[in-house]
Design a binder for this molecule. Sequence first.
Ligand code: GLU
Length: 478
Amino acid sequence: MTSAPTSSVACLSLPDRFMTTRTRFAPSPTGFVHLGNIRSALYPWAFARSSAGVFILRIEDTDLERSSQAAVDVILEGMHWLGLTPDEGPFYQMQRVDRYKEVLAQLREAGHVYPCYMSMAELDALRERQMAAKEKPRYDGTWRPEPGKTLPPIPEGVQPVWRFMNPSGGVVAWDDNVKGRIEIANAELDDLVIARPDGTPTYNFCVVVDDIDMDITHVIRGDDHVNNTPRQINIFLALGRTPPVYAHLPTVLNEQGEKMSKRNGAKAVTQYRNEGYLPDAMVNYLARLGWSHGDDEIFSREQFLQWFDLDHLGKSAAQFDEAKLRWVNAQHLKAMANAELAQAVTPFIARLSLSTDQRLPALVALYKDRCDTLVALADWIARHYGEVTPSAEDLQQHLSEAVRPAVADLARALADVAWEPAAIGAALKAVLAQHGLKMPQLAMPVRVLVMGTPQTPSLDQVLALQERKVVLQRLAKA
Ligand code: GLU
């Protein structure tokens, strides 16, 4: 058995700049992917796109107990919704187990791994002794072969785990694109279990084999993986490979300042689709949650891809702010072309069991400025395609006995004007003059009756986009 290197200084140069950039998103499908997670897909996707590279999706599903197909579906749907389309994959780690075993055999042959027969009870006892002595719990190398060392007798009937022979001296270092230079002494790292007794590989080992096989040049992921990185780099080096560039993204905090997680109420990313957020607004919002381009707050997907780089990633944790997300969404809604927005809002109107007609683009144009989600926009438009139910309170407040005759006269006038805003506006004004009323005195009750609410855009435009017979029916209820 060749002995492991006693010292290694990882010398991590940037990959050849003529090499194609290859990034990956490697989620574990153990919970529903939330905004904090999906940001770890957005940046590698954007980096690949902005450098004419390749973006890969890899599902890390080796935790059989916690992984679920439902969680995989949310990942795929969420990425599809946001337009984060992988160029390769999805690859599933559970389908690559033979490959991991093959690489394990290579490491065994090269003397980089060794069998360890320590039982769970012995490991527990070791940990307790170390804790009692105020030491960091770590494997003590009992089964690590060293020149001149006699190993304990192999216990009968015990299947060993396989441990990676971590270099015992030197440091592991890398220039993290977010955190700067990080150096960890090998003395801090114990010998990691990389295969279980039944030969199934463990997490850090699979990640390295995949990153090698998939030719990943840049690993952009959450900083909860910083601790894994020196271990992964040592495995890369043992396999004779240059590790990729690493960029570890600071955590995303929820509105309470805790790490965002499903346990404390983070929503699945697909829920934002259902709540009427636009994919481009979401991309815009998530992009700013940990990256910046000067003071730019609102930008298109194209601008984002033009501007994105790894040099302007934030170093401190970003905090989710739903009010800001709504504001960003409202800006994108406003800026969207009416025809495109009409298409985007259609499923939300269908969800109300209503169907639309040629008025839809004009309706979208009329209401988009006052909406922050597609749900809110659909709610306005539904007042043109479905029933409205004015509240008793609104009716009482706005529809006084004094104004009823004016409403009746308006209905008569509207029965045969040209059905367009100018003519409708003229009819309104004529009735006001006839009854000596001010515009709000008539407009408010008409809005309540026709639209179910006293607050709407300009009444002539609102009425022109209702069907005449519907307006007359609703006014007749006065
Ligand atoms: N599967 C890991 C996670 O979901 C990510 C691993 C990686 O990006 O290297 O946290």
